[in-house]
Design a protein around this ligand. Structure first.
Ligand SMILES: [Fe+2]
Ligand SMILES: [Fe+2]
Length: 469
């Protein structure tokens, strides 16, 4: 399954054999490049040390080189086909997976693909100005790597729309370039993708918390009975691992720097030394975690139950689950607010699948907080970072309309208002963080608010010229 780079659109889906599809995608390509030049990275660069996919197998799929950003070879890469693959869940369980879209599921599958596809270019738009304030060339390179891969994820979804959904798929592919993050008239579909990513702390939080939501959504689509979607998502997940890495180690390094200065000066008040105080880091965690939880939708959803039963969208690691994969009898326990307190509600597991996925995600998020606390402990400090309660600051689902403190207490309006500035970034916090954002473009140098990485990219040293400006 080598990737054909001699084609105008690199691919491993035999595009050369399907002239109609190839022509359709070749006519979408200049529109994508136009979008990239208008909505992609605002910082002009000569070239960037990027990885490009050369194969889709387990080992050695990436090639690293300096590439001019507009010349990046965006393409269509699906994981290898397993000809024996069978549907793992729902009413069609055990039957061979689908290579075409069944008519009765066409609208639902298209909708799922459009929603996933919409998030990919949205994050590029949200991050477009960050290059202007990168803390190092290493970080700048990582930003651009994430950006080109989110662009490729858009290609992945557009390929499916063009190849399998006819006229309406082509129209949706068009519309993916017309909506824009934060636009008044035609915003992106999901709330978190219309929020700004104005500074690098937000970027690290976004790649930790919001890209991780993406990982879990892709994980459910990877289970899909629609095999081309499954194979597309499987390869996207490989690229996504780097985005998680950028977030995890990015926050690591902000915490590390804060901890060093707290220890050196024996004080929590490190803003005056040009760092980000721990309480501000905590507020950014609270914000980004809570808006990312909203991306999982309401706790109960009959749509999602139907998607599961139909085989369109599975659970996280569906095949590792020890149940019947039908969930006709199963019960789930979901938190909700009742008589001024958070309590457990028992529901049919089938309608609570969003909460199931959210639970998997929350457990994964906790691993980051634990490692950030270990950094504090290693500096002789108390491990005080935490994830707020799942009901904190929610706009979607059962907690919307309630005020829940980070510790899970349900609050009245007045107590919430009084606590808010301790829990969520204030205008002053944001101003402080923004004021620290000044570009450092000299190889081997780094901004004062963040520690350097332990390792460079692809075995290169930190001081490597990752980007030529
Ligand atoms: Fe993505
Ligand atoms: Fe991503």
């Amino acid at each position: 399954m080598a990737i054909d780079y001699s084609e105008r659109i690199p691919n491993n889906v035999n595009l050369a054999d399907d002239r109609r599809l190839r022509r359709a995608l070749e006519s979408w390509q200049p529109r994508f490049l136009q979008w990239w030049s208008e909505m992609g990275p605002a910082l002009p660069t000569q070239d960037v040390y990027l990885r490009t996919a050369v194969a889709v197998g387990r080992e050695g799929w990436a090639h690293f080189d300096h590439v001019a950003l507009p010349d990046y070879r965006w393409g269509i890469f699906l994981a290898e086909r397993d000809t024996d693959r069978r549907i793992a869940f729902g009413q069609h369980k055990g039957r061979p997976v689908w290579q075409q879209v069944p008519g009765e599921y066409r609208a639902d599958l298209q909708r799922l693909i459009v929603i996933q596809g919409d998030t990919e270019p949205a994050s590029v738009e949200q991050q477009r100005r960050l290059g202007l304030t990168a803390p190092s060339l290493y970080d700048l390179r990582n930003l651009f790597q994430v950006n080109v891969e989110e662009g490729r994820h858009l290609w992945a979804m557009v390929y499916l729309l063009h190849a399998y959904f006819g006229r309406s798929g082509r129209d949706e592919a068009e519309a993916l370039l017309l909506r824009n993050s934060g636009s008044e008239d035609s915003p992106r579909i999901l709330g978190a993708f219309n929020e700004e990513t104005p500074d690098w702390l937000s970027f690290f939080m976004f790649t930790y918390f919001t890209d991780r939501d993406g990982k879990y959504q892709l994980g459910t689509l990877k289970e899909s009975a629609f095999d081309p979607l499954s194979r597309t998502c499987e390869f996207m997940l490989k690229e996504e691992a780097h985005h998680m890495f950028v977030g995890t180690t990015g926050v690591d390094r902000v915490v590390e720097r804060a901890a060093q200065l707290m220890r050196d000066h024996d004080s929590d008040d490190i803003a005056k030394y040009g760092a980000i105080p721990l309480d501000v880091i905590q507020k950014y965690i609270n914000f980004h975690y809570s808006v990312s939880l909203d991306l999982f939708g309401g706790e109960t959803s009959t749509n999602v139950a139907n998607y599961f039963t139909a085989g369109l969208k599975g659970r996280w690691q569906e095949e590792r689950r020890g149940d019947d994969h039908l969930l006709t009898e199963a019960v789930a326990v979901v938190p909700h607010v009742e008589r001024g307190q958070v309590s457990d509600l028992r529901l049919p597991a089938l309608t609570a699948l969003n909460a199931d996925l959210r639970g998997e995600y929350a457990a994964d998020c906790l691993t980051g907080v634990n490692r950030w606390n270990r950094i504090l402990t290693a500096h002789g400090l108390d491990p005080t970072l935490y994830l707020p309660h799942v009901g904190f600051n929610r706009k979607v689902g059962t907690f919307a309309g309630h005020h829940v403190a980070p510790d899970g207490r349900v609050l009245d309006e007045a107590v919430w208002e009084a606590g808010r500035d301790r829990w969520l970034p204030t205008a002053e916090d944001k101003t402080h963080v923004l004021a620290l954002m000044r570009p450092v473009y000299e190889p081997g140098k780094i901004a004062a608010w963040v520690a350097p990485p332990r390792n460079g990219i692809n075995g290169q040293p930190f001081a490597y010229e990752y980007v030529h400006l």
